[in-house]
Design a protein around this ligand. Structure first.
Ligand code: ADP
Ligand code: MG
Length: 453
């Protein structure tokens, strides 16, 4: 594979992994320059994009590059056309790899409303409700009937692929249908940030603020992205207040509850907590089956119950994977002009289902916990007794014990030479907290999920 093809493959896979908006914002104008001694050089159009690629996407890009070319050791990002580059954007469609063929089919269904940014495919009608998401769904429905007056803001949180984006977009689509003259706007927090930065750079803040102020219902997806970004939070806070005071509806999604977004400014946290907070957890077998049946009906395809049952029983992580599996089965059947049956399906899905149980190590647990709470890895080792550091530290001890079965003295040593009794105490405390507090249990599940992804 030459350099150009390599980068096309990376772009193709990244596009499947992140949102369309993020892809366009951060990847559209990237180019590959060279590969020398295992170092790949990639250019970004400006310093801001370069920083984002380095900080947020480096790992993802690296993983994909390595899968395709195992000799790659490092990626270097540069700004602009410092060297002659190979243009890979806007050319042929990225190559479809057999392993992601299903996702690719799924991904092509978008048809955005330019005014609202909403994707009309997300509706309440095709949103299956079970005990894992019923509170969030009910609150969302209520908002449609009481825009701006009942729950404000509505804050929905949950793990990856569990329906947050679907649900908040369904609210938007329904509001748009009901109030066609009102301004409904959906933005990912990343897109909001990039528009804000654009406005600052082009000295267009007044018009940006004006535009924001005219919104009647603002939907912000994945708000955790603005954590730690002071300037963005400040602007967001002002916009939030201004809309809130005018009784405009605000809907927010996040991968964790407000109290766990540690570098969220206090004043924003208290605003978020001032409205309605609803979580989405994990669907049970019955709901997973219902979701599959729903999709099958929607797509008017023919798949037998035993196949549905096989998929629902074996794909348990999240709804996105469930859909991915169904799409893969359909794609295979289409290409081979066969009907999926219980003999072929396990084979088609074996790559996903029998993936070896992922392993982890203490360093990865350190990193995941630190990332989750937006603190530095050193904070886990340090002696500081600050509450916001002590708790993540105890969680780290607990997770190393649970996931790696390490001894208490070993864990103490890795966490800055602490005594084994300290570790024992921490593990007991966290275990108890998990039993006593369902929200905390979910928080731990979110962290575990990240450890293995
Ligand atoms: P999140 O934003 O939480 O990561 P998404 O909203 O993107 O998850 O959901 C992932 C996929 O699963 C989407 O294609 C969505 O339509 C589908 N999905 C999620 N929840 C449901 C549900 N309750 N019923 C039907 N489909 C769902
Ligand atoms: Mg989402």
């Amino acid at each position: 594979m030459n350099l150009k093809e390599l980068w096309q493959t990376v772009l193709g896979e990244v596009e499947l992994t992140i949102s369309k908006a993020s892809f366009i914002t951060w990847f559209k104008s990237t180019k590959i320059h060279s590969k020398k001694n295992g170092i790949i050089t990639v250019s970004a159009p400006n310093g801001f994009t370069k920083e984002w690629l380095e900080n947020k996407y480096n790992k993802l890009i690296f993983k994909i590059l390595r899968n395709n070319s195992p000799d790659i050791k490092e990626i270097q990002f540069v700004i602009g056309d410092e060297k002659k580059s190979v243009d890979t954007t806007n050319k042929t469609v990225p190559k479809i790899m057999p392993s992601n063929i299903g996702d690719q089919l799924n991904f092509q269904e978008f048809n955005f409303n330019k005014e609202t940014n909403l994707n009309p495919k997300y509706t309440f009608d095709n949103f299956v409700v079970g005990s894992f998401n019923e509170l969030a769904q009910a609150a969302s429905r209520a908002i449609v009937d009481h825009m701006g007056t009942m729950y404000n803001p509505l804050f929905i949180y949950g793990g990856v692929g569990l329906g947050k984006t679907h649900l908040i977009q369904a609210i938007g689509n329904e509001l748009f249908k009901k109030h066609p003259t009102k301004k409904i706007k959906y933005l990912s927090a990343e897109k909001y940030t990039s528009e804000l930065i654009d406005a600052i750079q082009k000295k267009g803040m007044d018009s940006f603020k004006n535009k924001c102020n005219k919104i009647d219902a603002l939907i912000i997806d994945d708000i955790q992205f603005i954590a730690g970004k002071e300037k963005t939070q400040e602007e967001f806070f002002h916009m939030f207040n201004s809309l809130y005071q005018q009784n405009k509806q605000i809907i927010i999604s996040s991968d964790k509850p407000p109290k766990s977004i540690s570098t969220l400014e206090e004043r924003l946290r208290s605003r978020f907590e001032g409205g309605m907070i609803a979580d989405i957890s994990y669907p049970d077998l019955e709901t997973r089956t219902a979701i599959l049946k729903n999709k099958i009906e929607e797509k008017k395809i023919n798949i037998s119950d035993d196949v549905v049952n096989y998929i629902a029983s074996n794909i348990q992580n999240n709804i996105r994977e469930l859909e991915g599996a169904l799409n893969r089965v359909m794609a295979f059947a289409q290409i081979n002009k066969t009907t999926p049956n219980i003999k072929t399906v396990p084979q088609i899905l074996s790559q996903i289902i029998n993936a070896p149980k992922k392993k982890t190590n203490y360093k990865n647990i350190f990193k995941t916990v630190a990332d989750f709470y937006d603190i530095h890895i050193n904070d886990l080792i340090d002696k500081s007794r600050k509450k916001e550091l002590v708790h993540p530290r105890q969680i780290t001890m607990y997770l190393i014990r649970e996931e790696l079965n390490s001894s208490y003295p070993y864990i103490g040593e890795k966490l800055g030479g602490r005594d084994h009794t300290t570790v024992m105490y921490a593990c007991q405390k966290i275990r108890k907290e998990i039993v006593d507090n369902e929200l905390f249990q979910q928080e731990i599940n979110l962290i575990k999920e990240r450890i293995y992804n």
